[in-house]
Structure formats: structure tokens, C-alpha cells
Design a protein around this ligand. Sequence first.
Ligand code: VG1
Ligand code: CO
Length: 559
Amino acid sequence: YESILVPSRVYEGQKPGTSGLRKAVKVFQQQHYTENFVQCILTAIGPKLKGCTLAVGGDGRYFGKEAVNIIVKIAAANGVGKLLIGQHGILSTPAVSCIIRKYKLTGGIILTASHNPGGPENDFGIKYNTDNGGPAPDSVTNAVYDLTTQIKNYSIVPDLTCDIETIGVNNFEVNGKEFVVEIIDPVDDYLNLMKSIFDFPKLKNLLNSNAARPFRILLNSMHGVTGPYVKRIFLDELGAPVNSAIKITPLPDFGGGHPDPNLTYAADLVDSLKNSNFDFGAAFDGDGDRNMILGAKAFFVTPSDSVAILGNHLNSIPYFQKTGIKGVARSMPTGAAIDKVATKLNVEFFEVPTGWKYFGNLMDAGRLSLCGEESFGTGSDHIREKDGIWAVLAWLSVIASTSKSVEQICCDHWCEFGRNYFARYDYEDCEAEPSNKMMKELEKKITDGGFVGTKFEEAKKTFVVEAADNYQYIDPIDKSVAKNQGLRILFSSGARLIFRLSGTGSSGATIRLYAESYEPPSGQVNSNAQEVLRPLIQVGLNISQLQSFTGRTEPTVIT
Ligand code: VG1
Ligand code: CO
């Protein structure tokens, strides 16, 4: 095969957001659009590109196979030595991270728009992960973006195609050099990693259907990529009965659903748990890095509590018995429950901006073992992505060790550490311009000298502003600076309000309003979070004038 150079044109807006480039499928289908972006990812790899090996796979959404095909042709033309591709183009985001690390690859390309809906009328996405297995840092995504603004042509081998449905090694000769495409089982490497982390016999015992009182679980893959992983790990390996898993066939349009594991979009899981006798429920997002944990009768564990509870029980997991606990972290808007666990464990604690990429440097430096985000992301330094299946195995390990219910584990946690009430309001798909204006005005208001000390009264509660800013982060390892990471209003009671614009949408603007308040162990730790936080949220709506800027009286999603 010979490569050719195809003249192209610049497309605006190929700027990766919180987690890769996400756009409507129709945008990716434009002539040269996907080719351009793939070429720029490869060019940005620099001198390490020639002869390197990359992993490629995605969440099975519409346009995924076409994108794999394009990547094969462009990688071949650019002198890549080898591609490891998941069979049928399927690899979960955590599995890509696992494979990059295990085989010491130069990087990986993940074809996903994560929790965004899929299908011809919905979203697609491309994300690049670097050699540590984690999402490319800002320095790399900025370099890719710069290249997209200057691209004049790309290299491609137009007539090279490879069957991605059959496991095996395919050899080609391109420009006189060897080019290899290996189609791999999407689950094998990841399953082996999980076996090395968790006590599988113990978990098998927990789920054993012959036990007098088996622990009954219900897992919902939402027709995303986790289906094959759930089947192999929970049904085949751990022996859970077949009715333990639903929606485990990956579908290009996720069955018409919104593959986001929260109380709104995974309402079917919530209902199933409310109306039956399952002890535990979990759902995953499209690409398998998010998780939602529920107890019997759909008792909801906030992701902020989830990571804190796991932190307090890490000794239930063999991996951490070996590695010890180096440090813990959360993203800035995430509820601060884990901060208190860090104090108890006497380990380092870090607060980073939203997005998993900020955890990677700390893990690579050996200072971070466990971290989480309020957006249903939980994970550890076993890979460099958040990991939904790992989170479920971790919870089951805690349950197997404590012999307690999910609800009991949470209540015990609040009695020991107090409770960080947390809620997030999402206003999805607002108009961009008024949303940007709202953020600008709000920033002006809260960073004005007179704002600190202001008192707000709402429903007989008083909130006094202690500090307010536009959050910025200096990476402790490489000293890189991330600015504009969210507007924070901190109150003297420890309560917080945070406003951010989403960086994962494909059009318009999504405003996120995060609210948190703390109740000590001696206080009311068993109240309803939404009710407890309503006055604080009202304060946030008043300060920001959100309703008059956006016209929205209600959020689209409440967590
Ligand atoms: C959202 C979440 C963030 C998460 C990111 C990627 O970003 O808030 O916590 O890391 O999605 O998750 P944003 O910018 O929309 O708030 V995933 O599962 O979409 O890769
Ligand atoms: Co995801």
C-alpha cells in the first residue's frame, strides 16, 4: 500500500472540551472533518509517532466503526507501527486506559461522547489518551487544537481496510514498512486487571445464588459499552444469576436512551429497585467510566459520599492492602466528605478542577490512590480513568467485608464523619450567549470587594459569605495553571455554592449549579438532601439571576 496526501480545509471549533472533542454526528460526517482531527492528534504525538503502537476503541455508538476505519487508514499513512483495536470497535474508556498501561503503548484513541445520546441525530466524540493511560492534559489538547486551525492536508492510505469483527493479527505493508492491526478481545485485559485488584472468590461467595440469603444485584448498562464487561465479570466469573443485569447489549443509539447513570436518565433502574427485592443496584454511562450506586429500595448514594465511604474501607480490597493509601482527591465541586476521611487516615488530600485529567499527575507521582467526582465518577490509581465497573466491585467488596446493607454503610459513615449534603442542578441546552453573560455578571458581582461578608436570608436560614472567587488550580507536580474552573461562593457555615458551564456538551450551554452544606455527626444527618439544600440553592438562584438570564424556572436534571 502507498499513502497519499489529501488537500483539506480548516474546520473551526475542533477544540477538545472537558473530555475530548464532542459534536453532533453530522458534524463528524462532514468531508475531511474526522480525518483532520485524527491527523492532528497523530501530528501532535511528534517524534514518537513513527513505529509506535496505539489502542483504538469506543463505546459502540453510531459512527464508531466508520471512525475506526478512518483511523486505520490515517495511522497507516503516518507511520504508526501497530494498532490494538477492540473487536467490533468496542473498548470501554477504562479498558483503553488499562491496555495503554499494560502494553506500554504511546497512547490511545477513544471513540465516545460518553453520557451524551447517540445515533445519527445525536453526538459522537474522539478523545486522545497519552502513555500514562489518562486523558491528554491541557498542553496536549491545546497543541492538537492549534494544529486543527492550520491544517492544509492529511496523509491517508485510501484503499487499506481491515476486518475489525474477527480477533487476530493483520499484517500490511505500507510505504515499504510493516503496519500491524491486531483485533483484541475487549474484555480480557480488563478482566485480568480486576482479578488482580479484588478478591473474586469472596465476591463470588457474596453473589452465590445457592446461598441461604444471596445478595441480589441489578446492573444496568444502559445499552452502552459495559454490557460485555458486565456479562463476563458479574454473570460468567462471579456467578450472579442472569436477572442481575439488564440492557447489556451495546446499541449504536443506546436504545434511544440517554446513557447517563443518574436518577433522571436511569429512572428505570430506580423503579426496578423500588418495586422489587434487589439489595443493590448500579448503572453505567455510555463509555463505562461513570457509575451510580443504589441500595435496597433505591436508596441513593451520592457520588461524593461514595468515594468517601470507599476511602474509609479501602482495606476491604486486596490491591490497597498491597499498595497502601497514598492520598485521596476530589474535583472542586464534589462534596467534601472525602476530606474528612483523609484527615482520619492521615493521608494527603487534593482538590482539583473538574475532569479526570487533573488526577493523573498526582497518581503518576505516587501521591494519589483514590479519587472521585460528584458527576458519578469514582476510581483509583489502577488506571488513569474513572472506572464504573471497578466502583461496583469496590462497593461489593465493602459489603462482603462488613456484611452491612448499602444504607447501613452510609448511615454509619454519617454518624462517624457527619454528612455533606450535596445537590446539583443542571440547566441543559440553554442559549450560549445569555449563559455566558450570566457567568460574567456573576463573576463581577462575587469578586467585587464588598461581596465578602454579605448576609443572605432564606427560609429562616442565614448565609454569610466568607470567600468567593473564580477557581484556579496550580498542578503541584508540573506547576501548570488551569484558570476559569468555576465560580465559588463559600459561606462561613462551610456551605458552598458553585457555578460552572459544562465542557462536554455539543451545542448551546449547560449551566451546573452545585450546592453543599455540612452537618456534624451530632446534627441532623438523616434528612432529605434536596430539602436541606433548597434555601441555599434559592440564594444561588437569586445571586446569579439565573431565571432572568436563561428563562428557566426548573433545572433539567437534579442530582
Ligand atoms: C462532566 C462532569 C465531569 C466529568 C466530565 C467527563 O464535565 O461534570 O465531572 O469529568 O463530564 O465525564 P462537564 O464539563 O460537562 O461538567 V465523561 O463520563 O462524559 O467522560
Ligand atoms: Co463517560
